[in-house]
Design a protein around this ligand. Sequence first.
Ligand code: UDP
Ligand code: MG
Length: 315
Amino acid sequence: MKLSLIIPCFNEEAALPFIYQELVKVSGMLHGYDVEYLFINDGSSDGTLALLKELAAADSRIRYYSFSRNFGKEAAMYAGFCNAKGDYVAVLDADLQDPPSLLPDMLKLLESGEYDSVATRRINREGEPPIRSFFARQFYKLINKISDADIVDGARDFRLMKREMVDAIIKLNEYNRFSKGIFGWIGFRTYWLPYQNVERIAGETKWSFWKLFKYAIDGIINFSQAPLSIASYGGVLLTFVSFAAILFVILRRLIFGDPVEGWASLVCIITFIGGVQLFCMGIMGQYLSKTYLETKKRPHFIIAETNAEDTIKIN
Ligand code: UDP
Ligand code: MG
């Protein structure tokens, strides 16, 4: 059996030696598996690529794929899936927050034949800024309510999958990718393996609050049409309210005559409606811009350099 391990790396020179060491250790415990490591260098500006070349020269199991620029973790994972040859495929972060030591147990679960994938979820978020944890929890609550892709709170991208599942993921070649949603959407039998959160071994997180916020919005727009419905229902509601208001104004005119009053309330109403309209147009704009990007059919990644043969370089 062949096992492919995909590791997206963006400026990870500090963490790479640790993850490599750990991977070698765990691979040594897996008997009967032919392991390959796919390191995806996502346009790092530090010494990540040089280090990968060095490691690859000493270990023939290593294949590195170096992007022409930073395409983001989603693109890096996609490139890994496209180029993985294994019967089993797993994605792991480079910072050891996805402990490779879980792999033997995950493989055992898959071998039992009851599941097609073993996914992991953190049961706590220790070591994370509280504000980030708070928003993360709200995000999971919201997206589960308004979309049909069910996404577990604390779910990681760290999973071990069978070939069939990977092929399905490759087929879903939408440009705006949100893997946690995609994994859920394609179905298959998944076992959820809980584990305690581990802090990053070295280096810094690559996700700023703003980057995460945009990623969350992406997740919602990609897997739910609820915001569009909010816009139209809101519009209908406001129309009824304005009918009532018109009626009120007409009746008041007939009963009390026409005092020139109400300028302040009028301005308030106009600004309010204007705001709501702009908000709704913004929602539509979000969907339109996603559609626009999808129709261009741009590749997800461009590999500029690799040591692997028959590589899918652009996809
Ligand atoms: N990563 C990547 N491209 C990016 C950002 C991140 O390939 O543009 C990789 C990064 O190298 C790491 C993984 O994605 O292996 C998770 O990133 P990080 O640990 O910074 O995220 P966090 O754990 O803080 O959510
Ligand atoms: Mg991390």
